[in-house]
Write a protein that binds this ligand. Structure first.
Ligand SMILES: NC(=O)c1ccc[n+]([C@@H]2O[C@H](COP(=O)([O-])OP(=O)(O)OC[C@H]3O[C@@H](n4cnc5c(N)ncnc54)[C@H](O)[C@@H]3O)[C@@H](O)[C@H]2O)c1
Ligand SMILES: O=c1ccn([C@@H]2O[C@H](COP(=O)(O)OP(=O)(O)O[C@H]3O[C@H](CO)[C@@H](O)[C@H](O)[C@H]3O)[C@@H](O)[C@H]2O)c(=O)[nH]1
Length: 437
């Protein structure tokens, strides 16, 4: 099948390469010439485990081409829209400028029988509106909504072997045809018995934001328990283990710490609240405001904890921050809790040095005022405190004795409850973490 993918960011680049891997002939289009140049050279424009290898594999087949020219989509029958839907500058709502522009760019190129497939995360009601634009331009083309659930760090695996596939399609013959086209696109994962849910547009759109809202709520729930544990002298990691054994609750996504960040969960719950407000249903998701607040309080609490262990002020103190990305195995620093804590400590007068295995370049672009150091040993040398804020494996496996010989003071703050507390304490470190005594 001939497929186009519009938008080659964290979602689209992986989707384009994966569709080529499934045997389709794919053209990817992005307005960012830097991303297109990297992909044309067979390199990922960002860090995502396994993507360079996948690009090398599909590069050899010649099934993936990329372009900055919107006209390059001509001849494709299925067009995936994978552009960004960031939080608007002046509100909590999603900025749909890019989605609208991408679809408008497709309209003059649509042929009878073409299918436009939205993958971006959008407010409910968007698909219906875009379907109207498609029908007006090419009555024999259709639109489907096919939300994406991949996680950064596991994006290749999640795309090739998803948990489930959701189609939002119109009623009648157009819907049946859209389902058949999407089944052809996803023939390989469907052959692995991946559950497939066929729904109407609003349900498909809501599935995506409902899933992210649930995940955000689960994280904020355990972080609310962490707040309680802090005042009651309890331990949130043991609490999470104990409640997580109940299969109805489950241990996954119950890791207390600095909370959620990234280009998805924070902006998606805010956009959901904004859209519910427009629909007159604000009370239904009012709880998400608390989910957001709990999440933001964790960042503030980490700054407070650092201030406390450093004697009431961080001014003039040397702080080593381990981690800048919003999660391990990603170079993405969008709404990164680690980077925000680093920036706040810097603003409070600390000399902050940040290290990260992959995200230094992106972090520097956002917070040029901080010091960055690729070498971990140099980062911690003479530090008054070490803050582990993103749980990269190389940080989790640090030898506390060795690091202890480099620092000025053996004070460690574990922002992700990721370190072996006993080992760090045995090496003479003052160990502090969120939600633990
Ligand atoms: N990142 C994820 O893990 C993930 C997972 C599931 C869903 N999503 C959703 O997917 C969408 C994209 O997210 P992302 O993280 O890939 O964003 P991103 O910012 O990494 O990528 C978006 C890309 O779209 C390009 N673009 C913008 N306008 C364009 C146009 N008119 N034509 C062609 N390209 C254009 C940009 O240059 C950019 O490269 C968002 O709605 C997001 O919520 C993201
Ligand atoms: O127990 C946990 C699990 C995660 N996090 C944090 O939550 C954030 C998000 O993590 P994760 O969901 O793994 O990363 P994303 O790549 O942002 O993926 C989410 O957002 C994507 C974009 O919508 C969806 O496709 C995915 O299904 C959804 O998991 C990160 O800052 C994590 O550190 C926690 O604090 N505790």
């Amino acid at each position: 099948m001939k497929i186009s993918v519009i938008g080659l960011g964290y979602l689209g680049a992986v989707h384009a390469a994966s569709m080529a891997q499934l045997g389709h002939s794919v053209v990817g289009v992005d307005i960012d010439p830097r991303k297109v140049a990297a992909l044309a050279a067979g390199r990922s424009p960002f860090y995502e485990p396994g993507l360079d290898e996948l690009l090398a594999e599909v590069g050899a087949t010649g099934r993936l081409t990329v372009s900055t020219d919107p006209a390059a989509v001509a001849g494709a029958q299925v067009h995936f829209v994978c552009v960004g839907t960031p939080q608007a500058d002046d509100s909590n709502a999603a900025d749909l400028t890019y989605v609208d522009a991408a679809v408008r760019g497709l309209l003059p190129r649509l042929a009878p029988g073409d299918l436009v497939v939205g993958k971006s995360t959008v407010p409910v009601g968007t698909a219906e509106r875009l379907a109207g634009m498609v029908a007006a331009a090419q009555p024999e083309a259709a639109l489907a909504w096919n939300p994406e659930f991949l996680r950064e760090g596991f994006a290749v695996k999640d795309t090739l072997h998803p948990d489930r596939i959701v189609y939002g399609v119109p009623d009648g013959a157009a819907g049946e045809r859209a389902v058949a086209q999407l089944d052809e696109v996803y023939a390989a994962p469907l052959a692995e018995h991946t559950p497939r849910i066929v729904a109407d547009y609003p349900t498909a759109e809501l599935v995506k934001v409902a899933a992210n809202s649930f995940l955000a709520t689960k994280i904020s729930f355990i972080n609310a328990m962490a707040e309680l544990c802090e005042v009651a002298g309890a331990d949130v990691t043991l609490l999470a283990d104990a409640i997580g054994y109940d299969a109805r609750i489950g241990r996954r996504f119950l890791n207390a710490g600095l909370g959620f960040g990234g280009g998805c969960l924070p902006k998606d719950i805010r956009a959901f609240m904004a859209r519910a407000g427009e629909l007159g249903a604000d009370p239904a998701v009012a709880f998400l405001a608390e989910v957001d607040d709990i999440n933001n309080r964790r960042r503030a609490r980490m700054v407070e904890l650092a201030t406390e262990v450093l004697g009431g002020s961080v001014a003039g103190k040397r702080i080593a921050v381990l981690g800048a990305s919003f999660k391990p195995d990603s170079d993405d620093v969008r709404d990164s809790p680690a980077l925000e804590v680093a920036a706040r400590l810097g603003a409070a007068g600390a000399t902050v040095t940040v290290t990260d295995p992959r995200a230094i370049e992106n972090a520097r672009a956002r917070h040029p005022e901080l010091h960055y150091e690729p070498d971990l040993d140099v980062t911690v040398t003479c530090a008054d405190a070490v803050l582990v804020l993103t749980e990269w494996r190389e940080f989790r496996e640090l030898d506390p004795e060795r690091v202890g010989r480099l620092v000025a003071g053996r004070v460690v703050l574990d922002g992700r409850n990721a370190l072996d507390r006993t080992a760090w304490q045995a090496a003479g470190w003052t160990y502090r973490a969120l939600g633990r005594r």
